[in-house]
Design a protein around this ligand. Structure first.
Ligand code: IMP
Ligand code: MG
Length: 186
């Protein structure tokens, strides 16, 4: 029996070992950059960033807080950015005077992150940086400075390792390219 995701998968883009070794490198760099930092806060953008956050966090030896915010810019089940963003769920911790590192799964057009960053900046963090596992530079519509990037990828729709295909398959341990005709029954 083929696994359920296989019919939607064109190819594995980044396998588990490559993901994990790159995340370890990012963690090492963040440990250096934030050495001695007393109030680091990792802010995970839900839902896609959750696998990345949990693996990245476990590579950090700098004490840090974790919080979550949910934002969406996509239409339901859609693959194109709608260009308008809303905060679906706000974080609980106070950002003021904390060193905030935003942890995202992927930056595509940049609209989601631009909105999230603007919202956070208004709350007066001590510093604000951005760490994204995947970066689709060719799709960018808003200029955003990304401080840490896991992988630059081409303009293909990907899923797995936190990223969904119609809300499914976030649990895969690799990042795969979806077949162009892939649509789940949902
Ligand atoms: P942006 O606002 O266009 O940068 O969209 C960013 C969000 O869209 C990401 O946080 C993802 O949730 C989603 N997204 C963008 N590209 C992909 C993809 O290839 N697969 C799954 N989700 C994606
Ligand atoms: Mg995301």
């Amino acid at each position: 029996m083929p696994l359920e995701y296989e019919k939607y998968l064109q190819e594995v883009l980044i396998d588990e070992a490559s993901l994990q070794s790159r995340i370890a490198q990012l963690g090492a760099q963040i440990n250096l950059d934030y050495a001695g930092c007393k109030n680091l806060l990792l802010l995970c953008v839900l839902k896609g960033g959750v696998m990345f956050l949990s693996d990245l966090s476990r590579h950090l030896n700098v004490p840090h807080m974790i919080d979550f915010m949910a934002a969406s810019s996509y239409g339901i089940g859609g693959r194109q950015s709608a260009g308008s963003v809303r905060i679906d769920m706000d974080m609980r911790l106070d950002v003021k005077d904390k060193h905030v590192l935003v942890v995202e799964d992927i930056i595509d057009s940049g609209h989601t992150l631009a909105f999230v960053l603007k919202t956070l900046r208004n709350r007066e963090p001590a510093s604000l940086k951005l760490c994204a596992l995947l970066n689709k530079q060719s799709r960018r519509e808003v200029d955003i400075k990304v401080d840490y990037i896991g992988f630059d990828i081409e303009n293909k729709f990907v899923f797995g390792y936190g990223l969904d295909l119609d809300e499914r398959f976030r649990n895969l341990r690799f990042v795969g390219v979806a077949r162009a005709d892939a649509a789940t029954d949902e």
